[in-house]
Design a protein around this ligand. Structure first.
Ligand SMILES: NC(=O)c1ccc[n+]([C@@H]2O[C@H](COP(=O)([O-])OP(=O)(O)OC[C@H]3O[C@@H](n4cnc5c(N)ncnc54)[C@H](O)[C@@H]3O)[C@@H](O)[C@H]2O)c1
Length: 331
């Protein structure tokens, strides 16, 4: 499968690191507005995951990585990307900019056969969470939204809690800062995102509830979400407060997650009672690591907490998606 990555930021670069090691996948080109020298430098050195294990170099304007050669493009307009000429099967859209079917569709017009977003797209793009409803994607689905890191964590947990019966849920995702915040105070349309990211605990609005309502229409109007950005560069903790429809217990809830993690959710959810901190899940491939020692029940209210690596855990699911789309292509 011939792949191109558009947007070589945190997610695009981590995907490239990982995809070049997978048999049968060829990353043909990467595109970003940064210069090739900047791109190669950031591909080589990473403040969160450390320097690349494989050789990374700029040679004749092309990126050499792990013995493979990848064409570097510097084109801000996706409509002008040479996907037809490069015979691209799949574009991984990782800029965060082209998230509706008109925007992401420009890759198709440019000649790519399929587009996989790296977040929850607009409602005009089917939202499919790996491990939940990935099989709803048919060979005819040309643009696929795999959800974002927070959606990937919370979908499975909400689904499993539904086996008891959810009245309502509040979710606060305590999350490392991202490039969509400021390093020092500055103007931003969401005032708090403009505040110095490493100086404060910063609540920011997020459209996670809308995404979850698309997946769980029965919970419409009964999900509230917020994300609290904290001064770490990586890692997240999803903090759920469920109002349940039926009585339950810590034992019942932990048993559900422990069993799910060992069976149908193996590889997607992990369960532990170790006293983790967010750094302990750096590089973890799961979408959610449920920390059972933090589960609490008061009346019909439940506290449930799960860690995830917002970058590594998330790109693990994108890699799963790429493999699935490759299988679909082959069949
Ligand atoms: N960082 C995370 O934890 C995380 C997790 C899951 C999903 N996501 C999603 O992935 C997407 C990317 O996030 P990120 O954290 O990698 O962002 P980022 O800011 O690190 O990367 C975005 C990249 O896109 C490039 N870019 C900007 N305009 C461009 C254009 N017109 N053409 C080509 N490239 C362009 C930027 O130069 C940058 O390198 C977002 O939608 C985000 O919500 C991020």
């Amino acid at each position: 499968m011939r792949i191109a990555i558009n947007g070589m930021g945190r997610i695009g670069r981590l995907l490239l690191r990982r995809l070049v090691k997978i048999e049968g996948l060829e990353v043909v080109a990467v595109n970003d507005i940064m210069t090739p020298a900047q791109l190669v430098y950031l591909q080589k050195y990473d403040s969160v995951y450390g320097a690349a294990e494989d050789e990374v170099a700029l040679e004749n304007g092309q990126l050499c990585i792990a013995g493979k050669t990848v064409q570097i493009l510097q084109q801000p307009d996706p409509a002008k990307l040479p996907w037809k000429e490069l015979d691209i099967d799949l574009v991984l859209e990782c800029t965060g900019l082209f998230m509706d079917s008109a925007g992401a569709g420009t890759h198709l017009q440019a000649g790519a056969r399929k587009v996989l977003l790296s977040t929850t797209g607009a409602p005009d793009i089917p939202l499919c969470i790996y491990g939940f409803n990935q099989h709803q994607v048919s060979t005819g689905s040309l643009i696929v939204s795999p959800g974002g890191c927070m959606t990937n964590c919370s979908t499975h947990l909400i689904y499993l809690m539904q086996s008891i019966g959810i009245e309502a849920v509040h979710l606060n995702v305590v999350h490392s800062y991202t490039s969509r915040q400021h390093l020092v105070d500055g103007p931003h349309k969401d005032m708090r995102r403009g505040r110095a990211a490493a100086e404060s605990v910063i609540p920011v609005p997020v459209d996670l509830a809308e995404s979850l309502e698309r997946l769980f229409p029965v919970l419409k109007g009964r999900i509230h979400t917020v994300t609290t950005r904290v001064p770490v560069a990586n890692g997240a903790l999803a903090d759920f407060t469920f109002q349940m429809k039926a009585d339950t217990s810590v034992q019942e809830i932990n048993r559900i997650f422990k069993e799910a993690a060992a069976s149908e959710y193996k590889g997607i959810i992990a369960y532990t009672e170790d006293p983790l901190v967010s750094n302990d899940v750096r590089g973890n491939t799961h979408s959610a690591v449920v920390e059972g020692s933090l589960t609490a029940v008061t009346g019909r209210m439940v506290k449930l907490m799960a860690f995830f690596d917002n970058e590594y855990g998330y790109t693990s699911r994108v890699v799963d998606w790429v493999k699935l789309l490759k299988e679909q292509q082959a069949s």
